[in-house]
Write a protein that binds this ligand. Structure first.
Ligand code: SAH
Length: 220
């Protein structure tokens, strides 16, 4: 594992730095986000056969019909959260392979991550342990319910697109908190940023995106 963490050639730190330069050209400017993305090895989150493609700006399969989000989207969503809030307590819906989770964990005090597919959740948990990231709580569950035990959250990030924002997630957002979530049906999704104020929610549409659907129930 140690050798894999280090990486060589297409999985080296230099390749990762090229990914970060590309992110900068694409308009991601937050230096904290760029520094963390230069540091976290993305290739260990994908199958070994796909390792050499891990730093391309593309989504890649992670099994169970799911994908690791493309680097630009991970960076952009993280930056959108940081613009509005310091990341104290963060809720993530859709752990997937755990890459976004690792990025958030480096920037937040505590991350709570919910995944509906049990084997993905377990693999992500093991990988973050390998990376010595110990400030993440994992839950196998349906993100429609959020994770009420640890609410309210300063930030919520969803990596799957519901038709409408689940009510439980709105309720679990702290006043002054921010949520970044793709909303809409296939082919018609937009990234939203919702900020909770004393009087209600301010919903801002950011850009068009493509995410896997936000499903109901759990899978073992
Ligand atoms: N950021 C992740 C994205 C994975 S894809 C990564 O880069 O790997 C989105 C994930 O959301 C999938 O793993 C999918 O199983 C999960 N998901 C979809 N609907 C969900 C729900 N209702 N509750 C929890 N997780 C959900």
């Amino acid at each position: 594992m140690k050798r894999r963490l280090q990486g060589i050639g297409m999985t080296s730190r230099r390749t990762r730095e090229r990914m970060v330069s590309r992110l900068r050209q694409q308009g991601v400017l937050n230096t904290q986000v760029l520094a963390v993305m230069a540091d976290i090895p993305r290739h260990i989150f994908v199958d070994e056969a796909l390792e050499s493609r891990a730093y391309e700006d593309t989504a890649l399969p992670i099994g169970h019909n799911q994908t690791i989000s493309q680097p630009y989207i991970v960076a952009r969503m993280t930056e959108l959260l940081l613009e509005k809030s310091s990341l104290g307590r963060v809720l993530e819906i859709g752990t997937g392979c755990g890459y976004q989770t690792a990025i958030l964990a480096r920037l937040a005090d505590q991350v709570y991550s919910v995944e509906r597919i049990a084997p993905l959740m377990k693999k992500a948990r093991d990988l973050l342990w390998e990376l010595d990231i110990k400030t993440v709580g994992f839950k196998h569950g349906d993100g429609n319910c959020g994770w009420p035990e640890h609410a309210p959250y300063d930030a919520i990030l969803a990596a799957a697109a519901p038709a409408e924002i689940p009510e439980a997630l709105l309720q679990q957002l702290a006043v002054g908190g921010v949520m970044v979530i793709p909303v809409g049906s296939e082919g018609k999704q937009a990234l939203h940023r919702v900020v909770r104020s004393e009087d209600g929610f301010i919903d801002e549409v950011i850009e068009c995106v493509t995410f896997v659907p936000f499903l109901s129930g759990v899978s073992h």
